[in-house]
Design a binder for this molecule. Structure first.
Ligand SMILES: [Zn+2]
Length: 261
């Protein structure tokens, strides 16, 4: 279920993979056809998968700095979602129980509410999770190629600071890497004109864009640190979803961040 988990104080972060299996988790009783986890599939199925993820988050896990901190079970978080459109709009979540139909059109969510998990969905784009655990402000950001150019990550940082965040750290989730993300030369130039660190070459020597490098540069420029990069490429890793590898068959991975109650 989880490609990566981490925590900082009461802030809990996770990136999902494409499997429902948690080891000895709830998927044990499911048939082979029901083992994939897709956080943007058909509505009923998606709701079920979101519930599984919320339950898994509630179960907690050990914080490597303080093993006792997050091992206690809590009520499952409310999941806050958004309709992602490759823009730079940031939505603030200030009510705990927004339904799926009320999800804002945005590419970043920010909240200060404990017990609300912000969800970003991706299949090659970069999911970025941000937190100031002391101020109690977190964000989930969808940064694809257009979002990188539009500056959705700096915009999310700006909104967090306006809400009291001072010391922000980040987690950069699985995405298509610069060695795999081939684009036309003109597109590479266009992206590099906005964020020069995104200029890249594929492993076979053709033009590419490194969205992750571009996002990390934007985080540095806006004084966000430390930055944890999970360093998994969606196109190369069969345990992850990749739009480039699977086309319309690709499901969606999730990046989740929440302040545990
Ligand atoms: Zn790659």
């Amino acid at each position: 279920m989880f490609a990566f988990r981490d925590a900082h104080r009461r802030v809990d972060v996770a990136f999902t993979d494409r499997h429902r299996d948690l080891g000895a988790g709830p998927s044990a009783s499911l048939g082979p056809a029901d083992t994939s986890l897709d956080l943007a599939g058909p509505a009923d199925r998606c709701a079920e998968d979101l519930r599984l993820v919320a339950d898994a988050l509630a179960r907690g896990h050990a914080d490597r700095d303080d093993p006792s901190a997050l091992s206690v079970r809590t009520p499952p978080p409310h999941l806050a979602t958004m309709h992602q459109v490759h823009g730079a709009t940031v939505a603030v979540v200030d009510q705990p129980a927004l339904g799926r139909h009320e999800a804002p059109v945005a590419d970043a969510l920010v909240t200060s509410l404990p017990g609300v998990a912000l969800l970003v969905r991706v299949a090659d784009c970069v999911p970025v999770l941000l937190a100031d655990a002391t101020a109690g402000v977190v964000a989930a950001v969808h940064a694809g190629r257009p979002g990188l150019v539009a500056g959705v990550v700096p915009e999310a940082v700006r909104v967090m600071r306006a809400r009291g965040a001072t010391s922000i750290r980040a987690w950069v989730g699985p995405h298509v890497c610069g060695s795999c993300y081939e684009v036309p030369e003109s597109m590479r130039e266009e992206v590099a004109a906005a964020v020069r660190q995104a200029w890249a070459e594929t492993s076979w020597g053709t033009p590419s864009v490194d969205i992750g490098a571009g996002v990390r540069a934007q985080l540095r420029q806006h004084d966000v640190h430390p930055v944890v990069d999970v360093q998994r490429c969606t196109l190369e890793d069969p345990d992850l979803y990749s739009y480039r590898r699977q086309g319309n068959d690709a499901g969606r991975l999730g990046g989740l961040v929440w302040i545990r109650p």
